[in-house]
Design a protein around this ligand. Structure first.
Ligand SMILES: N[C@@H](CCC(=O)N[C@@H](CS)C(=O)NCC(=O)O)C(=O)O
Length: 255
């Protein structure tokens, strides 16, 4: 059997990893996903000299940041470009880059805090979800070790109710601006074509609306804590939430 040309190191449900996976799928680049549960992901990440995922391995080359992975996919892939072609003289970021950067810096971290705030408060549900998501031996280790993992996640992302409340405000603000931008009837954030702005909004906000087409299992709504069901319903009912579900239905090309 031929080896896949690319390997993507992930925490499968991570929204930054969904961003990389979506870009690879969009550009029809075959890859093998090497999935780790949180903390175990260090086994995959540290040899590349970093602590976070996604990491794309392309032969001798390592691409260790989701934005760089999108640019890499634009260079080698066969899908429509995610970023516009730009010359080195262009000093100012264009609209696609501006949205993408804001989603990376402000939306992604805020979504993580809001979702983990709910998940960590419901330990048994979240443990069972992680056990289901983990590959092979990690499943065995995570069940007894979940208390430790829960503390580590809470500490490393500084999950507190006050921070979750502020993060929610930031998400609501971004959702309102996305809705306002789309209110003139344009199909995508920067006009008529799907771009890195849409892909990044889709992936980083995806866990808030739990789309069926997300590239990994998300915490299931069946049997979910009421707080998670409520959160999902609230975001699905917004204009930006409807746009998210449309993006997944129409533009989340699968492998
Ligand atoms: N700027 C990075 C952020 C990636 C990121 O935050 N990854 C998280 C998962 S969503 C992670 O690996 N967290 C574990 C850690 O930092 O130890 C990117 O865009 O790739």
């Amino acid at each position: 059997m031929l080896a896949m040309p690319y390997a993507l190191i992930t925490i499968p449900f991570s929204h930054f990893c969904e961003k990389a996976r979506w870009a690879l799928n969009h550009h029809r680049l075959g890859f093998e996903e090497q999935a780790y549960l949180p903390l175990f992901h260090l086994i995959g990440a540290l040899p590349s000299g970093q602590r976070s995922v996604p990491i794309l391995k392309a032969g001798e080359k390592t691409v260790g940041d989701s934005t760089d992975i999108l640019h890499f996919c634009d260079q080698v892939g066969s899908g429509t470009r995610l970023f516009a072609e730009r010359s080195l003289d262009d000093a100012e970021p264009d609209a696609i880059e501006t949205w993408e950067e804001e989603f990376d810096q402000r939306l992604g971290p805020a979504v993580r805090v809001v979702v983990y705030d709910v998940l960590l408060a419901h330990a048994a549900y979240t443990r069972d979800f992680m056990v289901e998501s983990g590959p092979g031996w990690q499943r065995q280790a995570i069940r007894p070790g979940f208390g430790m993992l829960r503390q580590a996640i809470s500490k490393s992302y500084a999950i507190t109710p006050a921070r979750a409340q502020r993060a929610r405000g930031r998400i609501d603000d971004i959702f309102a601006r996305v809705a306002q931008t789309l209110a003139d009837g344009r199909p995508y954030l920067t006009g008529d074509t799907f771009s890195a702005a849409d892909l990044t909004f889709g992936s980083l906000a995806g866990p808030l609306v739990s789309p069926a087409e997300y590239g990994a299992a998300l915490p299931p709504l069946e049997g979910a804590p009421d707080a998670l069901k409520r959160l999902t319903e609230e975001f699905r009912a917004t204009a930006a939430g409807e746009y998210l579900l449309r993006l997944y239905a129409n533009d989340r090309i699968q492998a």
